[in-house]
Design a protein around this ligand. Sequence first.
Ligand SMILES: CC(C)(COP(=O)(O)OP(=O)(O)OC[C@H]1O[C@@H](n2cnc3c(N)ncnc32)[C@H](O)[C@@H]1OP(=O)(O)O)[C@@H](O)C(=O)NCCC(=O)NCCS
Length: 189
Amino acid sequence: MGQTYTFTEFGPAAFTAALDRFIVVYAAAMNPPARQLTGREAILERHATYPRFRALAAVAGDEIAGFCYGFHGAPGQWWHDMVAAALTTLDGSSGASMWLADSLEVAELHVLPSHQTRGIGRELLFRVAARRTERTAVLSTQDAESRARRLYRRSGFTDLLTGYRFSGGEPPYAVMGAELPLRDASPSS
Ligand SMILES: CC(C)(COP(=O)(O)OP(=O)(O)OC[C@H]1O[C@@H](n2cnc3c(N)ncnc32)[C@H](O)[C@@H]1OP(=O)(O)O)[C@@H](O)C(=O)NCCC(=O)NCCS
């Protein structure tokens, strides 16, 4: 690896205080249109108020090289309600309840391009999901064969929804779920 990373936990207050540093990582990893960044910052700030919020950063020297956070999913949260409705349409209420009733929502995972492919993404994901009491972990990612999608599959996540559009203007997403604790999936699964 060559470089040493320290994995540092940020509680809600510390995360909110360092929001501009996390947004820098988000912007470099996702390359979104600049006009979306203010809205994204507001979303991250809101997420930090959700129950059992837990964020981890991979720190290299003074730099945040990557971060991941999650919280307990609950009715009234926008993502939770959208996904619950879509899963209910697909599978009936038992399908939605099986995945969402006691779930860790992994909301963001990003690594600076210059620090990718060193195992940091996997490490952050497993650390955020470790020692949780929820039964499942759920997340969404663009519905494409991306590095993120491969990482989630390798970590035991399977597709719950594909081609799902959270809103008209957005690309299709895949919603994925895994039972906790996370385990590396066998190569054939
Ligand atoms: C998705 C993302 C978080 C993964 O982070 P990462 O630190 O690169 O992830 P890892 O290093 O754990 O795994 C990435 C790859 O490196 C490989 N790798 C990991 N450690 C390695 C090592 N020591 N030597 C060689 N390869 C290694 C993995 O096998 C994996 O290969 P793959 O891409 O062919 O599947 C990161 O790529 C990212 O920020 N992407 C853009 C933003 C994004 O899509 N975020 C997710 C939104 S849902």
